[in-house]
Every structure is written in structure tokens, then in C-alpha cells.
Design a protein around this ligand. Structure first.
Ligand SMILES: Nc1ncnc2c1ncn2[C@@H]1O[C@H](COP(=O)(O)OP(=O)(O)OP(=O)(O)O)[C@@H](O)[C@H]1O
Ligand SMILES: [Mg+2]
Length: 159
């Protein structure tokens, strides 16, 4: 299990982080975006999607539709918000199984789909930072993508 924490990230640093993350994502990656209402889950998802498709891409919050899909060059991106899911089995009806293997999945309120998510998942937890508009970002995962994430966060320095 790994844990990396970035403290007091402002909105433009969030965008930069999303751009860097977009470079390590491939088809079949599943990312849970965790945090309270207004934490910034949709915001980071929007920045990630725009890194693939351009800043002008409209990325609405999928709160009501549960899922919005995008076609990036190499794979589709599924942006999901499971807040309104009534029961976890409902995500199977959305067709997630195929998306979990072929698409990049960015999932808000992933805990609502518990039991139906793949085993290998990257958790990005967003919490309030020390000042207004700053956020602490915690990456948690079980080896999945650790090497790439380590390089992204710590650079190439030998520790
Ligand atoms: N450093 C920051 N990182 C992310 N968002 C920030 C930051 N500073 C300010 N914000 C603002 O906080 C708000 C976050 O809203 P957002 O819709 O992304 O939250 P959410 O976690 O998706 O909430 P919900 O659970 O309702 O879906 C946005 O208005 C965004 O501009
Ligand atoms: Mg949201």
C-alpha cells in the first residue's frame, strides 16, 4: 500500500497535476476520486479530460447522468459520479465492466459502487488545505501505478 500527499494545491497547480496524471493513464485504468461535496472531484476530472481533449472541451458534472463518455485518441474516457446510484449493482447496467478494461474511468463517489469495482484502483482523496481554495491531495493505492506515480511526484531523484 502506498500513500503520497501533496499539500495546499491551488487551482492552477491542480490543473498541472491533472496534466501530469493524464500522461500516466492508459486504457483500463480506474481512478476513484474521493472527497466531500465541493472538494474538487469534478474539477480534477475536468482538467484530466481536457488534458486529453483540449481546454475548450465542455465537461459537465455527471451527477444526474451518472456517466459522461469522451473519445480520446487512444481510448474512451468514462467520467462517472455514483452519488445518485441507488444500489451498487446498478453500475453493471451502465456497462462499466467493459469500460473497466478498455477505457480510462474517473469515478466520483466510487464507494457507492463498492463490491463492483475492479481490484486495482488508484484512489485520489481531496481534502481542504490550510487556506481558502487550497486542497490536500492524497494518493492511495495497492501497488497499482505506484512506479509511475512515484516518478510523477518525486521526479527521478534517487531516495
Ligand atoms: N485547489 C482547488 N482544487 C479544486 N477545486 C478548487 C480549488 N480551489 C477552488 N476550487 C473550486 O472548488 C469547487 C469544487 O467543485 P467540484 O464540483 O469540483 O466538487 P466535487 O468534489 O465534484 O463535488 P460533488 O461531490 O458535488 O460532485 C470548484 O468550484 C472549483 O473551482
Ligand atoms: Mg462532482
Amino acid at each position: 500500500m502506498y500513500k503520497y500527499e501533496l499539500k495546499n494545491i491551488n487551482l492552477s497547480q491542480m490543473k498541472q497535476l491533472a496534466t501530469n496524471l493524464a500522461k500516466i493513464f492508459v486504457a483500463g485504468d480506474v481512478v476513484a476520486l474521493n472527497g466531500d461535496l465541493g472538494a474538487g472531484k469534478s474539477t480534477i476530472a475536468r482538467f484530466i479530460i481536457q488534458s486529453f481533449l483540449g481546454d475548450e472541451t465542455n465537461v459537465p458534472s455527471p451527477t444526474f447522468t451518472l456517466v459522461q463518455t469522451y473519445e480520446a485518441k487512444k481510448f474512451d474516457i468514462w467520467h462517472m459520479d455514483l452519488y445518485r446510484l441507488e444500489e451498487p449493482t446498478q453500475i453493471i447496467e451502465l456497462g462499466v465492466e467493459e469500460a473497466f478494461s478498455n477505457s480510462l474511468c474517473l469515478i466520483e463517489w466510487a464507494e457507492k459502487g463498492q463490491g463492483f469495482l475492479p481490484r486495482e484502483i488508484m484512489n485520489i482523496n481531496i481534502e481542504n488545505g490550510d487556506c481558502l481554495n487550497s486542497r490536500n491531495i492524497v494518493f492511495l493505492g495497492d501497488k497499482f501505478k505506484q512506479k509511475k506515480l512515484d516518478k510523477l511526484i518525486n521526479g527521478d531523484e534517487k531516495k
